[in-house]
Ligand binder design. Structure first.
Ligand code: SF4
Length: 406
């Protein structure tokens, strides 16, 4: 008899298939006929399968094979978008792409990106993420990410901030609390910062997270008025009062003061910025306020015109004076400095051979792999395992884009 148990996967028999859910947010279906073709199988509990007639080794090998086949059909449950699970045995490196894994810009802030997908649909989202997104998503195995990060930190050789800057909402990632706990005990990590919309945080979760003394929240708050906040978040059930409660509670409980980061978006919340500052000044323990200027991006939703930087800074200066509060956060506030540059295995103009391993974020774009890096290659049909010849078009910060060579 064999027992197979997973902590990150859960199982449910529905009609003629086994629904497999990964990290609460991604799912795929294995036809029961294929499962029972391995051997008679029983669901012991939501995380455990039992094969009565197989040895442990045989059951693990056969089930892993079947699982891998159907993980290729993984979807994000919030949107139905295709998702790729990147794990230790996926042969997909974590450096090379801005949307997932590890982004190291040769500075003392190392970005890590665990997942895509978001439960909001903000009007100003610079990456058009959220419930209306049709992009492909990625999700990374926590231990793989931690191991690769550890290797990079050893290379950097000095203390760094690790910034969890997901293209999406990080608390949708079911392993986030475990990941933060792992980062907390890394000696080389002096700060763990995380961008979150705050909607999935609760007081209980904050009490648990407060044990991580290096953790600093960057929380979104774009309006005090409930309807304006809903309009900006792009979803009817957005509850700004919950987010305010979370900000106030986190400001009291966390070792590091949270940063509240409203995005000033013309036509949406210019009249709300003062309300946000006034509300913050009423709190017993105040978060830091860092107002951001809305910027248009090629990949963003772009619902408004930009305010010129002169006008923006003049407004910030006026508000700083009026409320006797610091509102303009600069590079120096984050103690960022240059660190050891990571060598690039290839540079712009190089012609290389790479293997297609996954679909990329955008349609008709693939992720190819060579020399422990991923390379985005647009305009290529996805065919897993196919070798292609490409010319490197972008290499900045070890983020690679290539062009297919005929
Ligand atoms: S919360 Fe962030 S990722 Fe989600 S839609 Fe809003 S801006 Fe985009």
């Amino acid at each position: 008899m064999a027992i197979i148990r997973y902590t990150t996967l859960s199982f449910q028999e529905i009609q003629d298939h086994l629904l497999v859910t990964l990290l609460n947010l991604f799912s795929t279906r294995i036809p029961l006929a294929e499962l029972h073709a391995i051997a008679p199988c029983h669901l012991v509990d939501a995380h455990t399968l039992r094969f009565d007639t197989l040895s442990q080794e045989k059951a693990e090998t056969k089930f892993s094979y079947l699982l891998a086949k159907y993980l290729d059909h993984l979807k994000t449950t919030l949107t139905g978008n295709k998702a790729t699970y990147i794990h230790r045995h996926s042969d997909i490196p974590l450096i090379g792409n801005v949307a997932f894994g590890i982004v190291y810009r040769d500075s003392s802030i190392v970005e890590i990106k665990t997942n895509n997908a978001c439960n909001l649909d903000c009007v100003y989202c610079s990456i058009s993420e959220g419930l209306s997104s049709t992009k492909n998503d990625f999700v990374i195995e926590k231990d793989y990410l931690v191991e690769e990060l550890q290797d990079l930190l050893e290379f950097i050789g000095e203390p760094v901030e690790v910034h969890i800057g997901v293209q999406g909402e990080p608390f949708l990632y079911a392993d986030m609390e475990n990941l933060i706990a792992d980062l907390q005990i890394m000696k080389q990590v002096h700060t763990i910062s995380i961008d979150t919309n705050g909607t999935l945080l609760s007081k209980d979760k904050i009490i648990r997270l407060a044990k991580n003394t290096k953790l600093q929240f960057n929380l979104s708050l774009d309006a005090i008025d409930e309807q304006t906040a809903k309009n900006i978040a792009g979803v009817k059930n957005y509850n700004v009062n919950h987010v305010k409660e979370i900000i106030a509670f986190a400001s009291e409980k966390m070792e590091r003061r949270p940063i509240v980061a409203p995005v000033l978006t013309l036509g949406f919340n210019e009249h709300e910025i003062e309300n946000i500052i006034q509300w913050v000044t009423t709190l017993k323990k105040q978060p830091i306020v860092g107002i951001q200027n809305f910027l248009r991006y090629k990949t963003g939703r772009n619902p408004a015109k930009e305010i010129t930087w002169d006008k923006f800074y003049a407004l910030i200066a006026t508000l700083e004076k009026r409320y006797n509060i610091k509102l303009r956060l600069q590079k120096e506030d984050f103690n960022i400095h240059d660190t050891k540059p990571l060598p690039k295995p290839f540079v712009i103009g190089d012609r290389i051979t790479a293997t297609i391993m996954a679909v990329d974020r955008f349609p008709k774009s693939v992720l190819a792999v060579a020399d422990n890096r991923t390379i985005s290659v647009p305009g290529v049909e996805f065919k897993k395992g196919k070798q292609i010849s490409i010319e490197i078009l972008r290499d900045k910060h070890n983020i690679f884009v290539g062009k297919l060579l005929k």
